[in-house]
Design a protein around this ligand. Structure first.
Ligand code: ADP
Length: 653
């Protein structure tokens, strides 16, 4: 009241000029704020409205003045508004920040916050009100979304807790079942082996049945335990450097016998060179064992199973192929889900519960690999899985492998530095260098440079592998820090550069690093594959670093013999190949021609490729069909095309 009186006195004492200036200030405020402002008289008639108010009604301010809310809004809404107005006029109580859902005259639903205060004349009598209405739809939606997010987070947390409880329950129950089951198994074995007395044929038959069922139970318990372990946050792979050829050969006798008992031929097709990669021996053994056991289970007498190990550019790929029952098209993806059995064979159903492949998939993926299947009912199945080749196909001495494995076990840090010559053949041709001499010289240069490196904790870096066929040299540096290892890379790089410059070889690049960028976009110069083991790479070549992937969305047309070509988009690309999405699963190793469109105005580049991997994604196309991610390796890439690709990769990286 005191404030109002003082304002009246202030108005009385203002000059005309001052009044005009105040009116201008008021109209500036009214017309420039996005909020709706209106003055009403005691009857609810508009005395003054701002542009925002009129705009909202699709009118001009002068068309609004003199009218009431009943002229613009639906009756119900106008009634509510006038009820508020009447309350203010009657009591003098303002309404502050009243939040309501409203429908604008143009039919759009929104949220508004309204503040209305009474207006008084000089005598203190209420003459009307002034209101400000603000559109708070965005803020409200954010609040709603925030609330929804919190609700979902709570729900997710509850589900996670439930899932954890379920895993713990399975784990406890399975553990508890194991011991009595082992005792039952032992007892049955004693009976069967007639240690406790002779049994007749009928008794023996019953005991065999019991024994088979104990076996089934044991498999189920083991799989349930695996499942809960894999789900646990404490699950850890125990990596070591493993010779994959040996891993496969170790169990080959067992599986060959298993197959032979069913009249099936089982053959291994392994590369001559050893493939050493970091993996969890037990777990990959389990993966291979699951796949081969399934192949035997679902193949009839006279069938054939082939196990093949292949080296790809950045992965190794293992194939377990059978000529068995095959899997129907619609079932192919389901078989990796838990508790899914699609075979109609009673014998097979009896032997499993449909957990093996889901565990296998989890294990492969935990290794950073991928797994897929191609199958045809009545023809057979091909189960493929890949593992990353963190370390290329080096033939390492047992002694070196032991050394690395013992370092891993002792939790000591070690660095493996791979010096890799990119396209060595091309490199030699380009510089007209005598092949053997060049590689020998380079080996000596590297050895020499290592001799000059100071030892850390009595350990010196040493050349552990040099293979001209793979144009690769490897240095093992135990107990080194990142700084020590980087220094070695630098020294090696400088020495190679000096050697090449002495030979007057120009245009060669030497790069420290690995073709990987961190999420922050920084080039990572070492790749940590275990907590204490890192790989560093030094690339030497006459072209840009090989196989750096860049994400890109280029138009690509995929042509296959006898079918219509498919238009798609690339996902990523490297000098070695592309990855694209496809509606067709394609076939592993099938040859395709692709047409890549780098430039809208220029013809597409036609390239040949081989399908290296196929993964079904969770995504679906607009027409609801499954989408596959196809990894394609270029074959017989022409230098001209390579150059175009390299140029593109450079331009987007
Ligand atoms: P199970 O332990 O019951 O065999 P898996 O998870 O290992 O469960 O396999 C799931 C289903 O996939 C099997 O029930 C079978 O129908 C199918 N399957 C797996 N491997 C093959 C194969 N090599 N040939 C045909 N069908 C197979």
């Amino acid at each position: 009241m005191i404030k109002r009186a003082s304002l009246v006195r202030l108005n009385e004492s203002l000059s005309n000029k001052e009044l005009r200036s105040m009116a201008r200030l008021l109209s500036d405020l009214m017309d420039n704020v996005p909020d709706v402002i209106y003055f009403k008289d005691r009857q609810g008639k508009m005395v003054l409205v701002n542009k925002a108010h009129a705009r909202g009604l699709g009118l001009k301010p002068e068309q609004v003045v003199g009218k009431t809310d009943f002229d613009f809004f639906p009756k119900d809404r106008a009634k509510l508004m006038s009820k508020d107005d009447e309350h203010i006029i009657r009591t003098g109580e303002p309404i502050v920040d009243k939040i309501e859902r409203a429908t604008r005259p143009d039919g759009i639903d929104n949220f508004v916050s309204t503040t209305k205060v009474p207006r008084y004349d000089e005598k203190g009598k209420i003459v009307g009100l002034v209101g400000i209405t603000r559109d708070i739809t965005k803020r409200k939606h954010l609040e709603i979304m925030h609330g929804e997010k919190e609700r979902l987070e709570k729900k997710l947390k509850a589900l996670e807790d439930l899932n954890r409880m379920k895993s713990e329950f399975i784990s406890v129950v399975s553990h508890e079942l194991r011991t009595p089951l082992a005792i039952i198994n032992e007892a049955i074995s004693l009976l069967f082996d007639q240690v406790v007395g002779p049994i007749n044929n009928k008794q023996s038959e019953i005991i065999v049945k019991a024994k088979n069922n104990v076996g089934r139970l044991k498999k189920l318990i083991d799989e349930l335990l695996d499942l809960s372990r894999l789900e646990s946050e404490h699950f850890k792979l125990h990596y070591s450097l493993v010779n994959l050829n040996e891993l496969l050969e170790d169990s080959s006798g067992f599986f060959k016998n298993l197959a032979q008992e069913k009249g099936i031929t089982l053959v291994y097709n392994l590369p001559k060179r050893s493939v050493n990669i970091f993996l969890d021996f037990e777990r990959i053994n389990q993966v291979i064992s699951n796949l081969i056991t399934n192949a035997v289970k679902y193949t009839e007498e006279g069938g054939k199973i082939t196990i093949k190990l292949e080296m790809l550019e950045s992965k190794v790929r293992i194939l377990v192929m059978d000529t068995g029952t095959g899997i129907a098209h619609d079932d192919v993806q389901r078989i990796f889900h838990r508790f899914v059995q699609v075979s109609k064979k009673a014998e097979a159903i009896k032997k499993g519960v449909g957990l093996g492949l889901s565990i296998t998939k989890d294990l492969v993926e935990k290794h950073g690999g991928e797994i897929w299947v191609e199958s045809k009912l009545g023809v057979g199945s091909k189960f493929y899985f890949t593992l990353p080749r963190f370390y290329t196909s080096s033939v390492l001495d047992q002694e070196i492998m032991d050394k690395i494995n013992s370092l891993i076990e002792k939790d000591e840090t070690a660095y493996l530095i791979n010096v890799l010559f990119i396209n060595f053949k091309l490199f030699k041709e380009r510089f007209n260098l005598v092949s053997e001499k060049l590689f020998k010289d380079l080996t000596n240069v590297i050895k020499d440079s290592l001799d000059n490196v100071k030892a850390t904790k009595d350990e010196k870096p040493r050349l552990v592998f040099a293979d001209e066929g793979f144009s690769e040299l490897s240095i093992l540096y135990p107990m080194a820090t990142e700084k020590d290892a980087h220094l070695v890379c630098k020294v090696v790089k400088q020495r190679i550069e000096r050697y090449l410059s002495d030979k007057k070889v120009k245009g060669v690049f030497t790069n420290i690093g690995i073709s990987q960028y961190s999420s922050e976009g920084q080039l990572k110069t070492s790749h940590q594959i275990l907590a204490n083991l890192n790989i560093k790479k030094v690339y030497v070549g006459s072209e840009t670093r090989k196989f750096k992937r860049v994400n890109c969305k280029l138009d690509v047309e995929v042509a296959l013999p006898n079918v219509a070509s498919e238009a798609s988009k690339t996902i990523d690309m490297s000098e070695g190949g592309i990855c694209f999405s496809s509606l067709r699963p394609l076939k592993t190793d099938s040859k395709v021609v692709i047409y890549l469109k780098f430039d809208k105005n220029k013809p597409s580049l036609s390239l040949k490729g081989r399908v290296a991997r196929i993964i079904r994604t969770d995504e679906v196309s607009k027409s609801g069909k499954s989408l596959y991610r196809i990894g394609l390796e270029f074959i017989k890439l022409k230098p001209k095309d390579r150059l175009r690709i390299v140029r593109f990769i450079k331009s987007v990286s």
